[in-house]
Design a protein around this ligand. Structure first.
Ligand code: AHM
Ligand code: MG
Length: 337
Protein backbone atom coordinates (compact mmCIF):
# COMPACT_ATOMS: atom_id res chain seq x y z
CA UNK A 1 0.00 0.00 0.00
CA UNK A 2 1.26 3.48 -0.85
CA UNK A 3 3.12 5.26 1.98
CA UNK A 4 0.91 8.32 1.80
CA UNK A 5 -2.24 6.24 2.20
CA UNK A 6 -3.83 7.36 5.49
CA UNK A 7 -3.40 5.02 8.44
CA UNK A 8 -6.75 3.33 9.03
CA UNK A 9 -5.76 1.75 12.34
CA UNK A 10 -4.94 4.71 14.56
CA UNK A 11 -4.44 4.15 18.28
CA UNK A 12 -6.34 6.74 20.30
CA UNK A 13 -5.55 7.41 23.95
CA UNK A 14 -8.86 5.84 24.97
CA UNK A 15 -8.16 2.72 22.90
CA UNK A 16 -4.67 2.49 24.36
CA UNK A 17 -5.71 2.74 28.00
CA UNK A 18 -8.63 0.36 27.39
CA UNK A 19 -6.19 -2.21 26.01
CA UNK A 20 -4.09 -1.80 29.18
CA UNK A 21 -7.24 -2.46 31.17
CA UNK A 22 -7.97 -5.62 29.18
CA UNK A 23 -4.44 -6.80 29.89
CA UNK A 24 -5.14 -6.58 33.62
CA UNK A 25 -8.12 -8.93 33.23
CA UNK A 26 -11.20 -9.07 35.46
CA UNK A 27 -9.32 -7.41 38.35
CA UNK A 28 -9.52 -4.08 36.50
CA UNK A 29 -12.71 -2.17 37.26
CA UNK A 30 -12.28 0.45 34.54
CA UNK A 31 -12.41 3.29 37.07
CA UNK A 32 -8.89 4.54 36.28
CA UNK A 33 -9.72 4.36 32.56
CA UNK A 34 -12.78 6.54 33.13
CA UNK A 35 -10.79 8.98 35.26
CA UNK A 36 -8.11 9.27 32.57
CA UNK A 37 -10.86 9.81 30.01
CA UNK A 38 -12.14 12.73 32.10
CA UNK A 39 -8.60 14.14 32.30
CA UNK A 40 -8.10 13.93 28.52
CA UNK A 41 -11.38 15.77 28.01
CA UNK A 42 -10.17 18.61 30.27
CA UNK A 43 -6.97 18.78 28.20
CA UNK A 44 -8.96 19.19 24.98
CA UNK A 45 -11.11 21.86 26.60
CA UNK A 46 -8.11 23.77 28.00
CA UNK A 47 -6.20 23.41 24.69
CA UNK A 48 -9.14 24.99 22.93
CA UNK A 49 -9.18 27.92 25.36
CA UNK A 50 -5.40 28.39 25.16
CA UNK A 51 -5.71 28.68 21.38
CA UNK A 52 -8.38 31.37 21.74
CA UNK A 53 -6.68 33.19 24.63
CA UNK A 54 -5.51 36.18 22.61
CA UNK A 55 -8.97 36.78 21.20
CA UNK A 56 -10.41 36.60 24.70
CA UNK A 57 -7.76 39.09 25.86
CA UNK A 58 -8.70 41.41 22.99
CA UNK A 59 -12.30 41.41 24.16
CA UNK A 60 -11.06 42.21 27.63
CA UNK A 61 -8.87 45.08 26.37
CA UNK A 62 -11.81 46.59 24.55
CA UNK A 63 -13.56 46.82 27.89
CA UNK A 64 -16.32 44.51 26.77
CA UNK A 65 -18.17 41.88 28.74
CA UNK A 66 -19.83 38.73 27.46
CA UNK A 67 -23.55 38.34 26.83
CA UNK A 68 -24.24 37.39 30.43
CA UNK A 69 -22.55 40.57 31.54
CA UNK A 70 -19.68 38.61 33.11
CA UNK A 71 -16.04 39.58 32.90
CA UNK A 72 -13.80 37.16 30.98
CA UNK A 73 -12.01 34.81 33.33
CA UNK A 74 -8.26 34.51 33.27
CA UNK A 75 -7.03 31.36 31.60
CA UNK A 76 -5.50 29.79 34.69
CA UNK A 77 -8.68 30.26 36.74
CA UNK A 78 -10.75 28.96 33.84
CA UNK A 79 -8.51 25.88 33.48
CA UNK A 80 -8.84 25.20 37.19
CA UNK A 81 -12.65 25.36 37.00
CA UNK A 82 -12.60 23.02 34.00
CA UNK A 83 -10.49 20.47 35.87
CA UNK A 84 -12.44 20.59 39.13
CA UNK A 85 -15.83 20.31 37.41
CA UNK A 86 -14.78 17.40 35.19
CA UNK A 87 -12.96 15.48 37.91
CA UNK A 88 -15.83 15.85 40.35
CA UNK A 89 -18.44 14.90 37.72
CA UNK A 90 -16.42 11.80 36.71
CA UNK A 91 -17.54 10.19 39.97
CA UNK A 92 -14.08 8.65 40.28
CA UNK A 93 -12.36 11.09 42.64
CA UNK A 94 -12.40 11.66 46.39
CA UNK A 95 -9.72 14.32 46.96
CA UNK A 96 -8.45 17.03 44.63
CA UNK A 97 -5.41 19.23 45.19
CA UNK A 98 -4.89 22.13 42.81
CA UNK A 99 -2.16 24.74 42.71
CA UNK A 100 -4.96 27.30 42.48
CA UNK A 101 -6.77 26.26 45.70
CA UNK A 102 -5.27 26.80 49.11
CA UNK A 103 -7.16 23.88 50.65
CA UNK A 104 -7.65 20.35 49.33
CA UNK A 105 -11.12 19.73 47.88
CA UNK A 106 -12.93 16.78 49.43
CA UNK A 107 -15.57 15.48 47.00
CA UNK A 108 -19.11 15.12 48.34
CA UNK A 109 -20.48 11.58 48.79
CA UNK A 110 -22.79 11.80 45.79
CA UNK A 111 -19.81 12.00 43.40
CA UNK A 112 -17.18 10.21 45.46
CA UNK A 113 -14.83 7.70 43.82
CA UNK A 114 -11.60 6.00 44.87
CA UNK A 115 -8.92 8.22 43.30
CA UNK A 116 -7.21 11.45 44.35
CA UNK A 117 -5.86 13.85 41.75
CA UNK A 118 -3.17 16.47 42.39
CA UNK A 119 -2.73 18.98 39.58
CA UNK A 120 -1.44 22.27 38.32
CA UNK A 121 -4.17 23.28 35.85
CA UNK A 122 -2.01 25.68 33.84
CA UNK A 123 1.67 25.65 34.64
CA UNK A 124 4.05 28.26 33.28
CA UNK A 125 1.29 30.84 33.17
CA UNK A 126 3.80 33.71 32.98
CA UNK A 127 4.30 32.52 29.37
CA UNK A 128 0.61 32.82 28.35
CA UNK A 129 0.65 36.38 27.03
CA UNK A 130 3.64 35.66 24.79
CA UNK A 131 1.97 32.56 23.33
CA UNK A 132 4.81 30.35 24.60
CA UNK A 133 4.16 26.69 25.57
CA UNK A 134 2.30 26.05 28.81
CA UNK A 135 0.79 22.89 30.25
CA UNK A 136 -1.33 20.96 32.72
CA UNK A 137 0.45 18.59 35.14
CA UNK A 138 -1.34 15.84 37.10
CA UNK A 139 -0.70 12.92 39.42
CA UNK A 140 -3.14 10.26 40.62
CA UNK A 141 -3.21 8.37 43.93
CA UNK A 142 -5.62 5.63 44.94
CA UNK A 143 -7.44 6.15 48.23
CA UNK A 144 -5.85 4.28 51.12
CA UNK A 145 -7.79 1.21 52.27
CA UNK A 146 -10.85 2.21 54.37
CA UNK A 147 -10.31 5.91 53.77
CA UNK A 148 -13.28 8.06 52.80
CA UNK A 149 -10.96 10.70 51.41
CA UNK A 150 -8.83 13.09 53.43
CA UNK A 151 -5.65 15.06 53.06
CA UNK A 152 -3.60 12.08 54.30
CA UNK A 153 -4.49 10.27 51.05
CA UNK A 154 -2.32 12.73 49.14
CA UNK A 155 0.42 13.37 51.71
CA UNK A 156 2.16 10.25 50.44
CA UNK A 157 5.41 9.69 48.53
CA UNK A 158 5.25 10.12 44.77
CA UNK A 159 6.29 6.50 44.24
CA UNK A 160 2.78 5.56 45.43
CA UNK A 161 1.11 7.38 42.54
CA UNK A 162 -0.78 5.08 40.17
CA UNK A 163 -0.57 7.46 37.21
CA UNK A 164 1.02 10.76 36.28
CA UNK A 165 1.22 12.93 33.22
CA UNK A 166 1.04 16.30 31.59
CA UNK A 167 -0.47 17.96 28.57
CA UNK A 168 1.65 20.54 26.77
CA UNK A 169 -0.17 23.24 24.84
CA UNK A 170 2.16 24.29 22.05
CA UNK A 171 2.13 24.09 18.27
CA UNK A 172 0.05 20.99 19.01
CA UNK A 173 -1.37 19.61 22.28
CA UNK A 174 0.71 16.68 23.52
CA UNK A 175 -0.45 14.45 26.36
CA UNK A 176 2.29 12.36 27.99
CA UNK A 177 1.13 9.67 30.39
CA UNK A 178 2.40 6.86 32.56
CA UNK A 179 0.35 4.35 34.53
CA UNK A 180 3.50 2.75 35.87
CA UNK A 181 4.30 0.68 32.76
CA UNK A 182 6.50 3.05 30.77
CA UNK A 183 5.63 6.40 29.22
CA UNK A 184 3.56 7.12 26.12
CA UNK A 185 2.95 10.37 24.27
CA UNK A 186 -0.21 11.29 22.35
CA UNK A 187 -0.84 14.22 20.01
CA UNK A 188 -4.24 15.87 19.71
CA UNK A 189 -5.68 15.56 16.21
CA UNK A 190 -8.01 18.54 16.37
CA UNK A 191 -10.04 17.45 13.36
CA UNK A 192 -10.85 14.12 15.05
CA UNK A 193 -10.89 15.57 18.57
CA UNK A 194 -8.78 12.62 19.71
CA UNK A 195 -5.34 12.17 21.24
CA UNK A 196 -3.43 9.77 18.94
CA UNK A 197 -0.49 7.63 20.07
CA UNK A 198 2.51 9.29 18.40
CA UNK A 199 5.33 8.64 20.91
CA UNK A 200 5.08 5.04 22.13
CA UNK A 201 7.35 3.92 24.96
CA UNK A 202 9.38 7.10 25.46
CA UNK A 203 12.90 6.46 26.77
CA UNK A 204 15.27 9.25 27.78
CA UNK A 205 18.72 8.90 26.17
CA UNK A 206 21.29 7.87 28.81
CA UNK A 207 23.18 11.13 28.15
CA UNK A 208 22.15 14.36 26.47
CA UNK A 209 23.82 17.58 25.35
CA UNK A 210 21.43 20.14 26.82
CA UNK A 211 21.11 21.76 30.27
CA UNK A 212 18.01 23.65 31.33
CA UNK A 213 18.38 25.90 34.39
CA UNK A 214 17.37 29.50 35.12
CA UNK A 215 20.96 30.73 35.30
CA UNK A 216 19.68 34.20 36.11
CA UNK A 217 19.59 32.88 39.68
CA UNK A 218 23.32 31.94 39.60
CA UNK A 219 24.30 34.45 42.30
CA UNK A 220 22.05 32.55 44.73
CA UNK A 221 23.06 29.00 43.69
CA UNK A 222 24.94 26.73 46.12
CA UNK A 223 28.39 25.46 45.15
CA UNK A 224 27.44 21.94 43.90
CA UNK A 225 25.19 23.52 41.25
CA UNK A 226 27.70 26.26 40.35
CA UNK A 227 30.51 23.71 40.00
CA UNK A 228 28.37 21.26 38.02
CA UNK A 229 27.29 23.99 35.58
CA UNK A 230 30.92 25.06 35.21
CA UNK A 231 31.90 21.46 34.39
CA UNK A 232 29.46 21.21 31.48
CA UNK A 233 30.17 24.72 30.15
CA UNK A 234 33.98 24.41 30.39
CA UNK A 235 34.50 20.67 29.89
CA UNK A 236 37.94 19.12 30.13
CA UNK A 237 39.60 16.82 27.57
CA UNK A 238 38.57 18.82 24.50
CA UNK A 239 34.87 17.82 24.85
CA UNK A 240 32.16 20.16 23.54
CA UNK A 241 30.22 22.24 26.05
CA UNK A 242 26.50 21.60 26.62
CA UNK A 243 23.86 23.78 24.96
CA UNK A 244 21.52 25.88 27.12
CA UNK A 245 17.74 25.70 26.58
CA UNK A 246 15.33 27.23 29.09
CA UNK A 247 11.72 28.04 28.35
CA UNK A 248 10.53 28.73 31.89
CA UNK A 249 7.56 26.38 31.49
CA UNK A 250 8.31 23.18 33.36
CA UNK A 251 6.11 21.13 31.04
CA UNK A 252 7.94 22.31 27.94
CA UNK A 253 11.41 22.03 29.49
CA UNK A 254 10.68 18.52 30.80
CA UNK A 255 9.06 17.46 27.50
CA UNK A 256 12.21 18.39 25.60
CA UNK A 257 14.36 16.65 28.22
CA UNK A 258 12.32 13.42 27.92
CA UNK A 259 12.68 13.41 24.14
CA UNK A 260 16.22 14.74 23.64
CA UNK A 261 17.90 13.93 26.96
CA UNK A 262 20.06 16.21 29.11
CA UNK A 263 19.25 17.74 32.47
CA UNK A 264 16.53 20.05 33.78
CA UNK A 265 17.09 21.71 37.15
CA UNK A 266 15.34 24.05 39.53
CA UNK A 267 17.58 23.99 42.61
CA UNK A 268 17.05 25.30 46.11
CA UNK A 269 19.31 28.31 46.61
CA UNK A 270 20.26 31.07 49.04
CA UNK A 271 17.04 32.93 48.25
CA UNK A 272 14.52 30.09 47.71
CA UNK A 273 15.45 27.76 50.55
CA UNK A 274 13.28 24.87 49.26
CA UNK A 275 13.44 25.74 45.57
CA UNK A 276 10.42 26.97 43.63
CA UNK A 277 8.63 23.96 42.22
CA UNK A 278 5.79 22.33 44.12
CA UNK A 279 6.34 18.79 45.31
CA UNK A 280 2.88 17.24 44.91
CA UNK A 281 1.72 18.47 41.52
CA UNK A 282 4.94 19.55 39.75
CA UNK A 283 7.92 17.56 41.06
CA UNK A 284 6.19 14.21 41.76
CA UNK A 285 4.41 13.74 38.41
CA UNK A 286 7.50 14.81 36.44
CA UNK A 287 9.77 12.59 38.57
CA UNK A 288 7.36 9.67 38.03
CA UNK A 289 7.46 10.14 34.25
CA UNK A 290 11.24 10.60 34.24
CA UNK A 291 11.87 7.37 36.12
CA UNK A 292 9.36 5.49 33.98
CA UNK A 293 11.29 6.72 30.92
CA UNK A 294 14.57 5.39 32.35
CA UNK A 295 15.91 8.67 33.75
CA UNK A 296 16.64 9.97 37.26
CA UNK A 297 14.84 12.60 39.36
CA UNK A 298 16.58 13.85 42.49
CA UNK A 299 16.81 16.78 44.89
CA UNK A 300 20.60 16.44 44.55
CA UNK A 301 20.59 14.63 47.91
CA UNK A 302 17.91 11.98 47.41
CA UNK A 303 15.21 10.48 45.21
CA UNK A 304 12.26 12.85 44.76
CA UNK A 305 9.66 10.04 44.67
CA UNK A 306 10.70 8.93 48.18
CA UNK A 307 9.87 12.26 49.84
CA UNK A 308 6.93 12.15 52.26
CA UNK A 309 5.04 15.45 51.89
CA UNK A 310 3.96 17.26 55.03
CA UNK A 311 1.77 19.89 53.38
CA UNK A 312 0.00 20.02 50.02
CA UNK A 313 1.76 23.07 48.59
CA UNK A 314 5.30 22.41 49.79
CA UNK A 315 8.24 22.96 47.45
CA UNK A 316 11.31 20.92 46.65
CA UNK A 317 14.53 21.19 44.62
CA UNK A 318 14.30 19.34 41.30
CA UNK A 319 16.95 17.87 38.99
CA UNK A 320 15.79 15.38 36.39
CA UNK A 321 16.75 13.90 33.06
CA UNK A 322 19.28 11.56 31.52
CA UNK A 323 20.78 9.02 33.92
CA UNK A 324 24.42 9.90 33.24
CA UNK A 325 23.86 13.66 33.36
CA UNK A 326 21.93 13.60 36.64
CA UNK A 327 24.48 11.23 38.17
CA UNK A 328 27.24 13.70 37.23
CA UNK A 329 25.39 16.44 39.13
CA UNK A 330 24.84 14.18 42.16
CA UNK A 331 28.62 13.62 42.35
CA UNK A 332 29.06 17.35 42.98
CA UNK A 333 26.59 17.14 45.88
CA UNK A 334 28.46 14.13 47.31
CA UNK A 335 31.74 16.09 47.19
CA UNK A 336 30.16 18.72 49.46
CA UNK A 337 28.78 16.31 52.05
P1 AHM B 1 3.89 28.66 38.05
O1 AHM B 1 3.29 27.41 38.66
O2 AHM B 1 3.59 29.88 38.83
O3 AHM B 1 3.57 28.77 36.58
O4 AHM B 1 5.50 28.48 38.21
C1 AHM B 1 6.09 27.28 37.83
C2 AHM B 1 7.00 27.55 36.66
C3 AHM B 1 7.52 26.30 36.02
O5 AHM B 1 6.73 25.94 34.91
C4 AHM B 1 8.89 26.68 35.58
O6 AHM B 1 9.76 25.57 35.53
C5 AHM B 1 9.32 27.68 36.61
O7 AHM B 1 8.15 28.22 37.17
C6 AHM B 1 10.10 28.82 36.02
O8 AHM B 1 10.47 29.68 37.02
P2 AHM B 1 11.47 30.92 36.77
O9 AHM B 1 10.68 31.93 36.03
O10 AHM B 1 11.86 31.35 38.14
O11 AHM B 1 12.63 30.39 35.98
MG1 MG C 1 2.92 25.64 38.48
Amino acid sequence: MSEDFPNTDIITLTRHILSDQLRLGPAATGDLTLLLTAIQTTSKFIANNVRKARLINLIGLAGETNVQGEEQKKLDVLSNDIMINALRASGKTAVLVSEENEEAIIIDDKFKGKYCVVFDPLDGSSNIDAGVNIGTIFGVYKLQPDSKGSISDVLRPGKEMVAAGYTMYGSSANLVLSTGFGVNGYTLDSSLGEFILTHPDIKIPARGKIYSFNEGNSMYFHSPVINYLKSIKFPANGKSPYSARYIGSMVADVHRTLLYGGIFGYPDDKKSKKGKLRLLYEAFPMAFLTEQAGGIATTGKGRILDIIPTSIHERCPVFLGSKDDVNDLVKFYQLHE
